[in-house]
Design a protein around this ligand. Structure first.
Ligand SMILES: Cc1cc2nc3c(=O)[nH]c(=O)nc-3n(C[C@H](O)[C@H](O)[C@H](O)COP(=O)(O)OP(=O)(O)OC[C@H]3O[C@@H](n4cnc5c(N)ncnc54)[C@H](O)[C@@H]3O)c2cc1C
Length: 473
């Protein structure tokens, strides 16, 4: 008997769920509120004509290392990964930069006295990335296929970044690890923050931190084209206000966060389940700036020109201070800033000789404070003269981000806080299933959480197929 499914939201997870269902022979329609699919994986002219900025995600270790994306032939639909010579650089106040080399042996040499400790931390997972990724990018409480590897990771998983950083002798390596761990939005002395640092470092060596040629939209376009070849459809500029308006579907997948699920599903969900969803906590927000630039950023440390991603924040203690302030609901005076400079490696995204940059810092959820002066002070600290090369800038406050993608509640880019409770029960102990047998949630608010990897959508769809007794392709 043929089945039909509707996916609400064409983010990377919605599209992933749609592809898995279509592969299994289910007829799928995707309904998307915005005028283009992609959610937080879209590329737009946000400043001047011809300057192509990533609205959300810019650098994609987890897309390149996603077991599900890897099972699709996305390169046949135009996805082309570009690797900068080094994944990430971290400038310091002495005018030099710590660079994380992609090749683990080269990194071990470059990190000098800490090379061996670095290799000890990441090597087994780098060498067995695909086995590791298939276990770590799924609900924590599920049965691992590679228990020894996961147990080895588990030995470090609940440690703080501060504890792990104590294994390094050099302040430079500690600073590097702080920048990686600060992607977590956790304080660096909190449990799990160390695991996030490792989860950024491991793919840097295993699959790189690539950027898609043309920007994040290329990932979305490749997923959309894959879905189309399987017969699925995407309808844009279609905001679903209530699931009651959708008829003729056996299954509904919501690429939405819990607050939105409550709004659209309403009484279709049991009172108990609604109560559970209401307890879901959102994480801090981000304040983002996109720049059109007349030339490459004038970094003091020329090594910064080798990496598409730059971490700005100085030493371990300074970055820890920034993230500690955030966890206390404060705005850091000197915030940790993530910056991407894609046009050094992909000139197609700006007019000849011109450049773009993408930068953001963390701030409390929903904050209205203008962080631009603090972000630019951090860039100027390591690249004096930066302000003079700015042709145009576009500021996105948390509210602006949410206006352009309703899932970015209060500027939370990760689909909800990633503390221990929500790491294990995300968004509830049911994970993808809800109290209604035909309704599933498949956004970054489910395991394994934020990032463009499609694994939330993949697991949500396979859960539904298993319940229906339908084989996944
Ligand atoms: C500024 C920023 C920087 C980031 N940087 C990176 C990065 O460098 N690398 C990385 O891997 N990840 C990054 N991320 C995170 C990553 O982009 C997200 O975790 C990922 O895109 C989540 O995918 P999703 O499908 O769960 O949700 P989304 O991409 O948010 O998609 C949800 C979709 O649902 C639609 N929608 C919402 N409500 C409705 C409705 N009622 N009806 C119909 N449609 C609806 C939205 O319009 C949207 O298209 C970043 C995100 C942001 C915002």
């Amino acid at each position: 008997m043929s089945r039909a499914a509707c996916v609400v939201g064409a983010g990377s997870n919605g599209l992933a769920a749609a592809i898995v269902l279509a592969q299994a022979g289910v007829r799928v329609d995707v309904l998307e509120a915005e005028s283009t699919p992609g959610g937080a994986a879209r590329t737009m002219e946000l400043t001047l004509p011809g300057f192509l900025h990533d609205f959300g995600s810019a650098v994609h270790p987890l897309a390149a290392g996603s077991p599900f994306f890897n099972s699709l032939s996305l390169q046949n639909h135009g996805l082309d990964w570009i690797h900068s010579p080094a994944p990430v650089a971290h400038p310091l106040d002495d005018g030099t930069a710590v660079v994380l080399e992609r090749d683990l042996n080269e990194a071990t040499v470059a990190l000098g006295e800490d090379g061996r400790a670095w290799a000890n931390l990441v090597q087994p997972f780098v060498e067995h990335w695909w086995q590791f990724a298939s276990d770590v990018l799924k609900p924590v409480l599920s049965i691992p296929k590679h228990p020894l590897l996961l147990a080895r990771f588990g030995m470090n998983a609940f440690l703080s970044a501060k504890t792990i950083a104590h294994r390094f002798r050099s302040e430079r390596t500690r600073a590097l690890f702080a920048g990686l761990a600060a992607h977590s939005f956790l304080a660096l002395d909190e449990p799990l923050s160390g695991a996030f640092g490792m989860l950024m470092a491991i793919p840097a060596h295993a699959v790189g931190w690539p950027i898609p040629r043309g920007g994040a939209q290329s990932i979305t376009s490749a997923l959309s084209a894959t879905l189309s070849t399987l017969g699925g459809t995407i309808k844009t500029s279609f905001r679903v206000e209530s699931l009651a308006t959708l008829s003729g579907y056996d299954l509904i997948f919501c690429d939405l966060t819990p607050r939105q699920l409550l709004q659209v599903a309403g009484d279709r969900l049991s009172k108990n389940y609604q109560h559970e969803l209401k307890k879901f906590r959102y994480g801090p927000g981000v304040f983002k700036v996109d720049y059109a630039l007349s030339q490459p950023i004038p970094w003091k440390a020329s090594d910064c020109l080798r990496a598409a991603t730059i971490h700005l924040g100085g030493g371990f203690d300074q970055i820890a201070g920034s993230e500690k302030a955030l966890r206390g609901g404060q705005h850091a005076e000197r915030p940790f800033v993530l910056l991407s400079q894609p046009t050094l490696f992909d000139p197609s995204r700006a007019p000849a000789g011109k450049h773009i940059a993408w930068a953001y810092c963390h701030l409390p959820n929903g904050s209205t404070l203008d962080m631009l002066p603090r972000i630019e002070a951090q860039i100027e600290r390591f690249a004096p003269g930066f302000r003079e090369i700015v042709l145009a800038r576009r500021i996105s406050s948390p509210a602006d981000l949410e206006t352009m993608d309703a899932n970015l509640i209060g500027g939370d880019i990760a689909g909800g806080a990633m503390d221990i409770h929500q790491f294990i029960f995300r968004p509830t102990m049911r994970h993808y299933a809800t109290s209604a047998r035909d309704i599933y949630i498949c956004s970054a608010s489910t395991p394994p959480g934020g990032g463009v990897h499609g694994m939330c959508g993949y697991h949500a769809a396979t859960t539904a197929l298993a319940r229906l007794g339908l084989p996944k392709r």
